[in-house]
Design a protein around this ligand. Structure first.
Ligand SMILES: *Cc1c(COP(=O)(O)O)cnc(C)c1O
Length: 224
């Protein structure tokens, strides 16, 4: 059977360095049938931005899917999110309060959760995320040392929503520099390796700036 989703997936796979960049298929607002098409084409990592929707889909879809949460997460939804067995990562930790809550709940449940810290550089797109300088200082001061059940695996970010390529490049360079600075200044940080930048319209620019995780939604599944 012909599958448009499978064709699009193989297109994206063919345009990024093989084995170096993970594709997160962003399936928010997309029906289960399209997610199954991607699954049949061997896609295993999917991204969702709402807890209810992720929970619903995770209960219906194969259990070897590795779900990434990529939306703004309210602290009162953390427990529900962490209960999803095959949640692999929360990519969108955008406040220290949220990080504390995640750690507390994960510890309570006896699991280790992997997270990315969301860096905010874009002009208008989202108001969530850390200022790069603030985040660097926090790492330098080993602000993470109290964490017991949370593994910080890297950073996530978005570029400004604009047609101006140079602006997008500048944003990605700022996020990438923040990621490398944290790595350089904290030699004992282990497993801090993921730079999640790039979406459908800008993933190639992101890969050029060092991205090793791209989050592609409409390019794979069509418009939402
Ligand atoms: C929706 C979303 C994406 C995917 O966007 P597309 O332009 O459809 O590829 C990526 N990252 C985040 C955080 C999103 O909310």
């Amino acid at each position: 059977m012909e599958s448009k989703v499978a064709d699009r997936l193989s297109f994206y796979r063919s345009t990024i360095p093989n084995g170096k960049v993970e594709i997160v298929a962003v399936s928010k607002f997309q029906p289960e049938a399209l997610i199954r098409e991607a699954y049949m084409a061997n896609q295993r990592v999917f991204g969702e931005s709402r807890v209810q929707e992720l929970k619903q889909k995770a209960s219906l879809l194969p259990s070897d899917i590795r779900w990434h949460f990529i939306g703004h997460l309210q602290t009162n939804k953390v427990r529900e999110l962490l209960r999803i067995p095959n949640l692999e990562m929360i990519e969108s930790v955008d406040s220290f309060r949220l990080l504390e809550e995640i750690d507390r709940e994960a510890l309570r449940m006896g699991k280790i959760i992997h997270v990315l810290m969301e860096v905010h550089v874009a002009r208008e797109e989202s108001k969530f995320g850390f200022d790069p300088g603030e985040l660097c200082d926090w790492f330098k001061n080993e602000g993470y040392s109290y964490l017991q059940a949370t593994h910080i695996s890297g950073v996530m970010g978005m570029a400004s929503n604009t047609d101006d390529e140079q602006l997008i490049i500048n944003d990605f360079q700022a996020i990438s520099a923040c990621f490398r600075k944290i790595k350089d200044e904290n030699a004992d940080l282990r497993g801090f390796d993921i730079l999640s930048i790039g979406m459908t319209h800008d993933y190639l620019l992101a890969v050029r700036e060092g991205s090793n995780m791209v989050r592609i939604g409409s390019g794979i599944f069509g418009e939402r």
